[in-house]
Structure formats: C-alpha cells, structure tokens
Design a protein around this ligand. Structure first.
Ligand code: FS2
Ligand code: SF4
Length: 540
C-alpha cells in the first residue's frame, strides 16, 4: 500500500505498511481500486461525450465512492468490495451504450474475486505515476475532488444538485489518467478544482440554510442530562434531522460530537427538546469520549477512529459513506428514510452519559449572522478596537505539534478576532478569550464546509471597505489541515485569490518539492513557525 492523502501520513511521507489512521493494507488497496474504477467511468463519460444529466445513479455512486475513500470514513472491506462491484457494473453497462475505442485500462480491466482485486490494486495505486510532480498534482486534484464529493453528497441528501460539479468531477478524474497532460495543464486543473470547490460549498450552504434556516448565535450546553442518550458524529444534517424526529418524546436525548456541533446553530433543530448539547471534542478524542459517553454512537461520515474495545464497537453504528467492520450499517430506503429504531432501543438499555465537562460554548457566526452584526464589526475595525482577523479554520488531529494552535489563540493580542470553522476550533473554543465590545473573540461559522461563510464574510468586508483586493483586508489565514475536505477548502481559497495562507501543522506529504515551490511562488503559501515568531510576523 501507499497512501499520503492526510496530514498524519507516516513520517510526513506516506503510509506503506498500515495507515496511521488504522487503515489496513487490504483496505487501502481496495480504496485505490475503487478510485481507479471511478476514473474508468469518468473516462467513458468524457470520451463518449455523455450527458451528465442522463447518468442518473452513476452520478451519485461516483460521489459516494469518492467519499468512502476520504480519511477515516470507511474501514469496511466488505462494503468497499461491494461498491467496487457496483461501480464496475455501472461502468460496463455504460461502455455498452457508447462505441469508443482506445480506452484506458481503468475503463476496461476486469476482476472476479477479492484476490484479483488486491492483485490489480498493487499496480494502479498512487506510485503507478512515476514522475513525482505529475503524481503530486494528480493526487492533489483527486484529494480536492474527494472533499468536493463529500460536500456534494450532503447537498444531494437535501435535494440540491449542481450538475456542473458532477461534470467537473468526471473531467478531473479522467484527466488524472491522461499521460499527455503536462504539469502546467495540471496546475490549471488544480485551480479549476478550487473553483468547483467554491460551487460545492455554496451549494451545500444553500441546501443547509434553505432547509434549516440561517445559523444564529447560540449557546451550546457541553454538560450532560440524566437521560439515556445517542451521540451523533460526522457532518450530515439530514441524518441528524431524522434521528431527532425519531427520538423526540422517547426519553432518549441526542448529543452532537465533533463536527456535528454546529447543528445546534440552525433554527430548525432548536424545537427538539431532546437535542441536549455537544459531548466532547474533536474527532480523535473519541477514543476516551466514547467510553465515557456509554450510549450508542451514530457516524454519518468520517472521522472514525478504530475502537479499542468490543464494548465500544458494539455501540457504534454507521450510515451513508461511513463504515466499520463489525458495526451495524444503516441504509436509507428508496425515499432516503433511515430507520434508527435499533439505536434508540439500545440507548434505552445503556447507562446515561458520564459528565466530562460543564458549561456552554457559543457559535453560529456564519455569513448571515455576521452580516447582521456588520455595523458593529465595521465600527470596531474603524475605531481600531479590532486590529486583525485570524482565519483559523480547518481540522484538528492527534499530533502534539497541534498544541501550537491553542498557544497561538492564547497569545494573540486582545484586539484580534479568530474566525473559525471545522473541527480545528476545539483547540481554542473552550478558552476564555473574551469579547471586543460584545463581539466574541472566537467566531465559529460551523463545519469545515462553512469555511465558505468565512470567504463570503471576507468578500463582504472587501466591499464595505471599498478595497480592490481581498488581500488588502486585515485578515491573516492560519489554517490547520488533516483530511481531504481541508484540501478542497484550501484550493477554494486559492481560487478566490487569497494569498499568503499559512498551512500547518505540517505541509502535505503529497506536495513534491517542485509543486510546493509553485504554491510558494504563486500563492505565498507557507508552513508555520513558532507561535511567538508567527504572531510577530502576522501583527507586523
Ligand atoms: Fe474534522 Fe474530520 Fe470536517 Fe474533517 S471531524 S477532520 O472530517 O471534515 O473537519
Ligand atoms: Fe496514512 Fe492518512 Fe492514508 Fe490513513 S489516510 S493511510 S493515515 S496517509
């Protein structure tokens, strides 16, 4: 196996024996083959000039396949094998409809057993591209497309589709098979990936807000009540809505974990009396927090950490693109409805959650809420009460070096405001950082996709202050990344023209030295230094 798609990749270079995330060699290879299979479909769609409008389920299964391979989403080999078979069936049916020759092996290969899948996978992975720069660019595009697919799937679950995005995904995946493309061609495609990342985040924003209302300032309880409870993790709001509907009046409470926290900011979920609060912190702390939660856990997407005990594993359920061997997977019916009764029944037999902290945190500062505060914010900037904004969106992770972000937030001058989104916030959202004239110093817009909100806010500020360039704003970007959704957020920011982004805690292992050089020279991207040096640099 070879995988270097996430920030925690072994030695910063690549996982070659087993994933740091817990992915086995077989799982990694099967995921590679699944990606290869959707590349094959993409080539048929592009070369056959097929109308994406008419591809039906194929569009959804390509998206789902990409999502399955995101870090920490799906560890279930049986589910991945079934998905490969489904996708290959679709690929071959599609091929029969078009008569095109000269197709790539990805569009023609056959496998008839798990053994043959694993054998095939050994020759088509990341390292099959010899040139390290081409490999780096191809993989960066694929990781961006994976993140885009995740956002597209959530929007689709809410009934919102933009076929431009699906069309681009076919185009991008097919391009990664094309040996005639130069590094320059792939750099251009990387920016187009960012452009479509913006579209995907805008689509999801519209899907979420049109259905659940605009996020608003909300105090979220982080303590516990004395009822049996279910913990819901991941990012999918339709799953949460269905769980709340099915648990209301049952005596079972629902708590959010990690990236599901921002669900509390949406008006539509406030009517559920059993929507009790947020339990715990970022994804990687689940190892301890799932033990003390004591009730069932529902994963709607990544980020799953392999459970350490059978007891915890027996309480974990998955749905959507997520999966874990030995955990019950809940599938939607043809109308998208999911039956969570087994989880609710289990919750009633288990002890109530153990309290690990008390109090509340505040969030809900997506674009609409910030626009409502615009006068206050603009006045504070004009009067000098707010000197700078720090966009610290992105992901959290296990590495000790991420303590940087806590220290950074603590040491920032008191006349600065942090704009955040994603699970990166758990490094500082429980610190008492105070407020500036009633504006909290940490403004949480929501999930990682709500980084879109931060870009919308920046564009609004540019307009209000009558600036020509987004980079003239007093905004510094100090972003933390972990998995592929952060890659699409980064590419989206680059497409929007944001320069001098600092990316940490380490730069991606998938950047070859030459590709890293392009990012540095064209976009001013850099890593992080020490907290003191960086604050000095940013405040200068
Ligand atoms: Fe955090 Fe994991 Fe949100 Fe990422 S909970 S690293 O999925 O997409 O961010
Ligand atoms: Fe390694 Fe990350 Fe790939 Fe897991 S997802 S195998 S940790 S690079």
């Amino acid at each position: 196996m070879f995988c270097y798609q996430c920030q925690e990749t072994a030695g910063g270079k690549g996982c070659m024996v087993r994933g740091v995330c817990g992915k086995t060699e077989a799982t990694a290879k099967l995921q590679d083959l699944l990606i290869y299979s959707v590349k094959g479909i993409s080539e048929i769609v592009m070369k056959g000039k097929l109308d994406v409008n008419e591809l039906g389920d194929i569009n959804d299964e390509v998206i789902n396949s990409l999502f399955i391979t995101i870090t920490n989403a799906n560890f279930d080999d049986a589910a991945i094998i079934a998905q490969i078979q489904k996708v290959l069936g679709m690929r071959d049916a599609l091929k029969e409809k078009v008569s095109i020759g000269g197709l790539h092996d990805a569009a023609t290969f056959t496998v008839d057993s798990t053994e043959s899948m694993l054998t095939k996978a050994s020759s088509i992975g990341v390292l099959a591209t010899d040139n390290e720069d081409i490999r780096s660019l191809r993989e960066m595009i694929i990781y961006g497309v994976k993140g885009m697919a995740a956002y597209t799937e959530h929007a689709r679950n809410l009934g919102k589709v933009n076929l431009d995005i699906n069309t681009f995904i076919y185009q991008a995946l097919a391009a990664t098979l094309d040996d005639t493309l130069t590094a320059n061609d792939l750099v251009a495609l990387t920016l187009k990936t960012g452009e479509h990342g913006v579209k995907a985040m805008a689509l999801l924003d519209e899907a979420n807000t049109s259905k659940y209302g605009n996020p608003e300032i909300t105090q979220v309880n982080i303590g516990v009540r004395k009822n049996p409870a279910i913990l819901i993790s991941g990012h999918d709001l339709t799953d949460l809505e269905q769980l709340l509907e099915q648990t209301k009046d049952t005596g079972v409470d629902v708590y959010t974990h990690s990236e599901m926290l921002p669900a509390h900011y949406y008006p539509a979920f406030k009517k559920y009396n059993n929507f009790a609060g947020n339990y715990g912190n970022a994804w990687w702390k689940q190892i301890d927090e799932f033990v003390s939660f004591r009730g069932p856990i529902l994963f709607t997407t990544n980020c799953i950490v392999p459970p350490r005990s059978e007891e915890v594993r027996g309480r974990i359920f998955t749905t959507g693109s997520s999966g874990y061997p030995g955990c019950k997977h809940i599938v939607a019916d043809e109308n998208g409805k999911k039956d969570f009764s087994e989880i609710i029944a289990l919750a009633k037999t288990l002890p109530t959650p153990e309290e690990i902290e008390a109090g509340s945190i505040v969030g809900g500062f997506a674009h609409n809420q910030v626009f409502a505060l615009a006068d206050k914010v603009v006045d504070a900037v004009k009067s000098g009460a707010i000197k700078k904004f720090f966009v610290m969106a992105g992901c959290d992770g296990r590495m000790k070096s991420r303590e940087y972000y806590t220290e950074f937030a603590e040491k920032l001058p008191k006349d600065t405001v942090i704009l955040t989104a994603g699970c990166a916030k758990y490094r500082y959202n429980k610190l008492q950082l105070g407020d500036i004239g009633g504006i909290p110093r940490v403004l949480d817009a929501g999930q990682c996709n709500d980084s879109y909100s931060l870009a919308v806010i920046a564009m609004k500020l540019k307009e209000v202050f009558g600036l020509d360039d987004i980079n003239e704003l007093p905004i510094v970007y100090n972003i933390a990344w972990y998995e592929q959704k952060a890659v699409i957020v980064l590419l989206a920011l680059l497409y929007l023209g944001v320069k001098n982004i600092h990316l940490g805690p380490t730069l991606p292992g998938f950047l070859s030295p030459n590709v890293a050089k392009v990012l540095v020279e064209s976009f001013g991207i850099s890593g992080i230094g020490t907290v003191d040096e960086d604050i000095k640099l940013f405040m200068a």
